[in-house]
Design a protein around this ligand. Structure first.
Ligand code: NDP
Length: 444
């Protein structure tokens, strides 16, 4: 049995109850097979893959918090410190009822390769809780964040582990978490990113994942003789990533016509009104029915359906496994020429394969959504040197990083005879960097 198959069999056996994690590991190991096969003896002798798939540590803790009526609730908190071969652990915190260890292991594992692709010195980690911020008051969210950080603070720090936001964790939550860390430790340090602009946050961090996704897309399209200008785009999600992907797509001349949340989706034939979307989602924290109420020409539909809309390019920006094989077939039948992941692993393995086999350009989140973590690393740099860079400077760096990632994954795919397979290119380029660092640092 090949080394990759051996490790996959063992991972499947040990983690059978964590399907998202198995999906992520399978995708990565299958696509680095060619590199591993060429170095099989060397890698096997130091158990490189076994060490890569096993997190350095997972911290699980109880988070008791009190609601506005005085009732006490208990959630589960987690931090998965996956791999720090190339820098301090770095990856977001997710607050969503679906959070369990398997989701955070998948996200932390993906983060290792994503962070390596940014070219910046950051390792992989992820954390969060099964807390649901929907419908909670600001005071309840604050008490929860304070309780969460009261345990987490022991394990994080500017040179150890630097969390950030993710689903359910935006500027409000990061502010509360940072405040509690400072209160407990009295240390004013860049141990969280996505902070407010008045207390160490970076300009463009809020926009970075969505903007970065579009910079990346621009470059991939250029490499393939296509362009965004005039293209109709389908976008899912209505959160941080989706909103700024829509904004940048418009700035680059494209027309995004959809967005969605966990209740339903919008089709707006005139193009999404991004100012209205921000008002509904960032200010009012309301449902998309409010968007429809203000836009008579737009349609609102309950449930899923974004991928049924005819588009040139699709940007899944909500959550994992939201684009299935049936969706991929519909997109292709409707003439879609490219799918660029804004969320983490939003496309199922079967859908990815279908798109790749049918000539639809496809880039994985670990490459195309790396702009968020890259700008977080730029925030860390600014915090370390106690300086604040201009929006233009951060945006220029972000752009260059995203163009660079597109070129790197394209070249890596081509080098191993898989031209245009950006999944393989991203996994191989990320793996080569991390593997080299792990090999140099000895067995640990
Ligand atoms: P937000 O919480 O800001 O927005 C998430 C959006 O997706 C919301 O519209 C939410 O709906 C919807 N959504 C979430 N879960 C589900 C679900 N189970 N079913 C249907 N819709 C759902 O999160 P982000 O925009 O920050 O994150 C979106 C994705 O991008 C995630 O996969 C995240 O890991 C990834 N990502 C985020 C980065 C960042 O910088 N923020 C960086 C890189 C990747 P509702 O409004 O109803 O909650």
């Amino acid at each position: 049995m090949s080394y990759v198959d051996e490790v996959l069999a063992s991972v499947n056996q040990k983690n059978a109850h964590e399907p998202e994690f198995l999906q992520a590991v399978t995708e990565v190991l299958e696509s680095i097979r060619v590199v591993v096969d060429a170095n099989e003896e060397k890698f096997r002798s130091v158990a490189l893959l076994e060490r890569l798939v096993e997190p350095d540590r997972i911290i699980t803790f109880r988070v008791p918090w009190t609601d506005d009526k005085g009732k006490v609730h208990v959630q589960r908190g987690y931090r998965v410190q996956y791999n720090n071969a190339i820098g301090p652990y770095k990856g977001g915190l997710r607050f969503h009822p679906s959070v369990y260890q398997g989701i955070l292991k998948f996200l932390g594992f993906e983060q290792i390769f994503k962070n390596a692709l940014t070219t910046l010195p950051i390792g992989g980690g992820k954390g969060g809780s099964d807390f649901d911020p929907h419908g909670k008051s600001d005071a309840e969210v604050m008490r929860f964040c304070q309780a969460f950080m009261t345990e987490l603070y022991k394990y994080v720090g500017a040179d150890i582990d630097v969390p950030a936001g993710d689903i359910g964790v935006g500027g409000r939550e990061v502010g509360f978490l940072f405040g509690q860390y400072k209160r407990i430790t009295t240390s004013y340090e860049g141990m969280l990113t996505g902070k407010g602009l008045t207390f160490g946050g970076s300009l463009i961090r809020t926009q970075a994942t969505g903007y970065g996704l579009l910079y990346h897309t621009e470059e991939i399209l250029k490499l393939n003789g296509q362009k965004l200008d005039g293209a109709v785009c389908a976008v899912s999600g209505a959160g941080n990533v989706a909103i700024y992907a829509i904004e940048k797509a418009q700035q680059l001349g494209a027309k995004p016509v959809t967005c969605s949340d966990s209740s339903g989706w919008i089709y707006d034939p005139d193009g999404i009104d991004v100012a209205l979307l921000k008002e509904v989602k960032e200010v009012k924290r309301a449902r998309l029915t409010e968007y429809k109420a203000a836009r008579p020409n737009a349609e609102y539909h309950e449930g899923k359906g974004v991928w049924s809309v005819k588009c040139d390019y699709a940007f899944p920006c909500a959550t994992q496994n939201e684009l299935t094989l049936d969706d991929a077939k519909t997109l292709k039948a409707n003439g879609c020429k490219g799918v660029f992941e804004g969320a983490n692993m939003p496309t199922t393995l079967e859908a990815t394969k279908f798109l790749q086999d049918n000539g639809v350009l496809f880039t994985p989140g670990k490459a195309s959504n790396a702009g968020g973590v890259a700008t977080s690393a730029l925030e860390m740099s600014q915090n370390s040197e106690r300086l604040h860079w201009s929006a233009e400077e951060v945006d220029e760096r972000l752009k260059n990083i995203m163009y660079g990632i597109a070129d790197t994954i394209s070249e890596a795919a081509e080098k191993y005879g898989m031209k245009g397979n950006y999944v393989a290119g991203a996994n191989i380029a990320g793996f080569e960097k991390v593997a080299e660092a792990m090999l140099a640092q000895g067995v640990y």
